[in-house]
Design a protein around this ligand. Structure first.
Ligand code: ADP
Ligand code: ZN
Ligand code: ZN
Length: 723
């Protein structure tokens, strides 16, 4: 018998299967991990096929050395997914497989926690009367089962125990202890569904994809839980994905309370050991419900009845690093394989998904009102230019300070949201609010401090940095953003007696850092929580009556065709944190562009209006979902090599373009906006193609690039980030 093996090495030359002979006495399974001889080394690999015949000269084939486990770690579904992803996303097979296993398993760093137990054999010969300790131990074990070896050795002496084992009176067996992650305990939380929730649950009943558009506070979580419960009753399993930052203690506790030990949790806060053990509980079918962040989409759960992607619009569902993938695509695949239901839920669906719902590819399910029947919080737009003209040059506007004072007096809570994204920034005129845009692409230019230039991240065009505003002539040009620390500092000055918390990457880097801050904030009345995107979702604090958005424009002027969409989503999500229980909330939104249409739609909670406007814009300007953006990023230590290879590939792509002239909206080659990262030079080919033949062209581009390079190449489709 022969096996095809994929070598677990991230190298282009090894990106295919290799044939090996299976030793006579080896009981090999497809999906099993093996050690194989490769050249002069022994390497790890995965068995992807077993067959009676081989394609290669049999006498030259080597034998598989050994197996790493006695079961197949890669299940059939995942094997299929591997081929699917490798083909669609132009990824190496081994790099896809690595996504499927906890890294601890590959590197072998984590030891399983094995505990040894002892019990009496069914029948045995009694020891001599004189062995008192042994008799005591036998008596004890007759009354008490499931005793730990170490406990018994301590209690009755190691030699007594050892000799009973030797005489075959006592047998030793091993049990694995699963390190379960900790979570906040809450009581059972079953709620009677509202009519709207019930209707959603009734509608979402078939094996297709649903887009659940429910406003913040409409009780989507409760809907998900009911849907999952139904699948469990049918003997199926469930997978629920939540963005990392909204994988809040509350959400986890809710799931644990509802589904108990059948839940497995996967998120970055787990230790390596915990993650490994959760993975195994899933693998061996002990966990029936998996709740996790992005990477949980690859968990080895079988017999899925439903997949839920909560906050489906979140860009964190796209993995931006190698291997790059989009969770939606994987979810669709698994839905197809399991023939199950897929629910994409959001208060602010991505333009892409909503367009699919409009086109009938997804079924739209709507929950337009909050569970508590409350109106959505009122959003007050504050014109910061006006504030400045009136002499207020502080971070906080007069209305925001006024409302904060109110909150403090009433001993309630407020959240202050700092809109921060990446390191890039734009330049803005402090007098009229002007922000420079690319004349060709109609997206904001990004200020590059190092070169003191403005750049368009789509076409690479460079512009002089502003020193005088082209619109009003002012010299008061500002760049950069306000940070959370600054805001906390200012707040402490204004409200020295109030407890103020900060939640950002710095303060949550420690394990459970998140949870600690949130728990403290929960009990602080009055209290103010200052934070980045992290505080925007999921949280459900009943005493938060005010949300302040310090600089809403930060996400608006990112050089990114989705920046307006993202701003709308952020405002809606952050606003959704206010007034979630008995009292209506309030939102103060500070902006330098108060007349931008995004704020008009956002303050009216008019998602549909916003969608119409935005989708038209995308159509007219040829951006996704009406076109596909492909970026091929090259990087290498030697600039001449990467520049040369990039040029060669560009010429190849131009040949493709000549054949498909009408399909190309745009094609160019340039240095990447960030030309050098970690000592590697970066060049890129950017193209925008119409949809009709996009698949075909994409394949051709990939093929010709792949043939012509030595540098590392990174393919991105509709990238989120163009740095
Ligand atoms: P969403 O995710 O849609 O923003 P949540 O699922 O967080 O909303 O629900 C908002 C709040 O309403 C939560 O406090 C939740 O416990 C509560 N809730 C949800 N459904 C019900 C219900 N049927 N009855 C009472 N309270 C509910
Ligand atoms: Zn441009
Ligand atoms: Zn100006």
């Amino acid at each position: 018998m022969f096996a095809k093996v994929i070598i677990d090495q991230d190298a282009k030359a090894l990106d295919r299967d290799f044939e090996y002979k299976i030793p006579e006495d080896m009981n090999l399974l497809v999906g099993q991990r093996v050690i194989v001889p490769f050249g002069s080394r022994y390497l790890q690999g995965f068995v992807v096929e077993i067959s009676q015949t081989c394609n290669f000269d049999e006498s030259k084939l080597k034998y598989i050395t050994r197996t790493l486990e006695d079961f197949a770690v890669i299940k059939p579904e995942m094997l299929k997914l591997m081929f699917h992803m490798a083909e669609k996303l132009h990824l190496k097979l081994a790099s896809v497989l690595r996504l499927f296993l906890p890294s601890e398993m590959r590197t072998g760093k984590v030891k399983e926690l094995i505990v040894r137990y002892v019990r009496l054999k069914e029948s045995f010969e009694l020891p001599s009367q004189r062995a008192k300790k042994q008799w005591e131990l036998i008596n004890f074990l007759q009354d008490n089962s499931e005793q730990k070896y170490s406990d018994m050795a301590n209690q009755f002496g190691a030699s007594a125990l050892a000799s009973l084992v030797e005489k075959n009176v006592v047998e030793v067996y091993e049990n694995q202890i699963f390190r379960a992650p900790t979570f906040d305990k809450i009581l059972n939380n079953h709620k009677t569904l509202t009519d709207l929730q019930q209707r959603a649950v009734d509608t979402i009943s078939q094996n297709k994809t649903y887009l659940l558009h429910g406003v913040t506070g409409s009780g989507k979580t409760e809907v998900y839980m009911s849907l999952i419960e139904r699948q469990l009753q049918l003997g199926k399993t469930a997978l629920m994905l939540v963005p990392e930052i909204s994988l809040t203690p509350q959400v986890l506790a809710n799931f644990k309370a509802r589904f108990g030990d059948e839940v497995a949790l996967i998120h970055s806060g787990l230790s390596a050991g915990e993650r490994f053990d959760e993975w195994k509980r899933i693998f061996f079918g002990e966990a029936k419900v998996v709740v996790g962040a992005r990477s949980a989409i690859f968990c080895p759960i079988e017999n899925l009845g439903i997949i839920v992607v909560d906050e489906e619009h979140e860009q964190s569902y796209v993995s931006e690093s190698n291997p790059r993938y989009d969770t939606h695509m994987i979810a669709e695949f698994r839905k197809g394989f399991n023939n199950c239901t897929l629910v994409l839920g959001s208060a602010t669906p991505s333009i892409d998904s909503y367009a699919k719902a409009i086109d009938g590819e997804y079924e739209l399910v709507e929950m337009p009102v909050r569970v508590n029947g409350m109106e959505m919080p009122k959003i007050l737009v504050v014109d910061m230019l006006m504030e400045m003209r009136q002499g207020n040059t502080q971070i906080f506007s007069i209305p925001l300070i006024y409302e904060l004072k109110n909150i403090v007096e009433q001993k309630k809570q407020a959240m202050i949201f700092i809109n921060r994204r990446g390191f890039s920034s734009f330049q803005r005129c402090r007098d009229c609010g002007y922000v420079a845009k690319c004349s060709d692409c109609d997206v904001s230019l990004v200020y590059h401090h190092y070169e003191n230039k403005l750049k368009c991240h789509y076409c690479g065009k460079r512009y002089r940095a502003l020193d005088i505003c082209p619109s009003c002539g002012s010299r008061d040009i500002k760049q950069g953003a306000i940070g959370t620390e600054r805001v906390v500092e200012e707040l402490r000055k204004l409200f020295p007696e109030v407890e103020i918390f900060r939640m950002d990457n710095d303060t949550t880097s420690q394990k459970n850092g998140h949870r600690k801050i949130l728990n403290e904030f929960k009990n602080a009345k009055p209290g103010i929580l200052v934070g980045t995107q992290m505080i925007a979702k999921g949280h459900d604090f009943e005493d938060v009556l005010l949300v302040g958005i310090v600089d809403a424009d930060q996400s608006l002027y990112q050089s990114d065709y989705r920046s307006i969409e993202r701003t709308f989503q952020l405002i809606t999500q952050v606003s959704g944190r206010a007034g979630r229980s008995a009292k209506q909330g309030k939102v103060i939104l500070q902006t330098y562009s108060p007349r931008h249409y995004v704020y008009r739609f956002a303050t009216n909670y008019d998602y549909k209006g916003f969608f119409k406007r935005e989708i038209n814009l995308r159509k007219v300007t040829n951006f996704p979902p009406y076109a596909r953006i492909i970026r091929v990023l090259f990087s290498h230590e030697k600039e001449n090599i990467v520049a040369e290879e990039c040029k060669v590939c560009y010429n190849k792509v131009q040949e493709i373009k000549e054949k498909y002239e009408k399909e190309f909206v745009y094609l160019d080659v340039m240095k990447a906006p960030l030309n050098k990262i970690k000592n590697k030079f970066r060049y890129q080919i950017m193209m925008r193609i119409k949809l009709d033949k996009a698949d075909e062209i994409e394949r051709l581009v990939f093929k010709s690039v792949d043939k012509n390079v030595k540098s590392s190449v990174f393919f991105e489709i509709n990238p989120n980030n163009l740095s």
